[in-house]
Design a protein around this ligand. Structure first.
Ligand code: ZN
Length: 241
């Protein structure tokens, strides 16, 4: 375990994982530790975590990783607001998730949008409850060298930038393999390493094969090694200034 920075982070990889793959995340903990990496886990359906999953999540939090919120039932924010109203979205989808996490000892300060579905109204609404939100850029962009323009947030902008765009680094889902070309992601990491600022990435399960979206341990290690080789620290959302 590495020490937390006592002052602000001026450059970082923000590596994040969504949904509820607690066993697989816990299995990847030694890999994170070996790179001195702290990451963020955005949890949905926190009321459905069993005792063992809560124990494993506590251990991840004790290792310095950030626990964030990903909604109670993984609802797409703009659609839910359009159908039921902003108040119902908070009352039924967000506040119960936040309360469930708090009851388990995880005071979540950040939120990742399910399916990256967001708009300015949902940002405004959720920023009354959270310090930071994570959105997304389309996964199809990750081989695009211009991705860095959208994904990289300059250091001077980080304290005030409360919605961070993330890019998927998942390897595949079920029998579908996504592309191996992450050159756009690597360009964003290089920009953060060389000029300061942050690059946010997201994945789901950590496994060689899984029916859900997943990143392979080999790809995860390669990403951590790439950031490490650039002297770009990997930190959690709660470590941000
Ligand atoms: Zn999700």
């Amino acid at each position: 375990m590495t020490d937390r920075p006592d002052s602000g982070v001026d450059r970082a990889l923000l590596l994040t994982f969504d949904d509820r793959h607690v066993h697989e995340w816990a299995a990847a903990a030694p890999l994170f530790t070996s790179y001195g990496a702290r990451v963020t886990f955005f949890i949905c359906e926190p009321d459905r975590l069993d005792r063992e999953e809560v124990r494993l999540l506590r251990r991840l939090a004790d290792d310095g990783h950030t626990i964030g919120c990903h909604g109670l039932r993984h609802e797409r924010a703009p659609e839910f607001v359009a159908a039921h109203g902003a108040g119902a979205y908070l009352d039924r989808e967000v506040v119960p998730a936040l309360d469930a996490l708090r009851r388990l000892g995880f005071p979540a300060r950040s939120f990742a949008y399910p399916c990256s579905a967001r708009d300015e109204d949902t940002d405004r609404l959720l920023l009354t409850l959270f310090d930071r939100l994570r959105g997304g850029v389309p996964a199809g962009r990750r081989a695009d060298p211009c991705l860095a323009d959208e994904l990289h947030v300059p250091a001077g902008d980080v304290p005030a930038r409360r919605v961070l765009p993330g890019c998927s680094v998942d390897s595949g889902r079920g029998s579908v393999a996504y592309g191996d070309d992450l050159s756009g992601v690597e360009a964003a990491l290089r920009r953060s390493a060389e000029h300061g600022g942050v690059t946010t990435l997201y994945a789901h399960c950590v496994a060689d094969a899984h029916e859900a979206n997943h990143v392979t341990p080999a790809r995860l290690e390669k990403l951590l090694a790439t950031a490490d080789g650039m002297a770009l620290p990997c930190v959690g959302f709660d470590d941000l200034p």
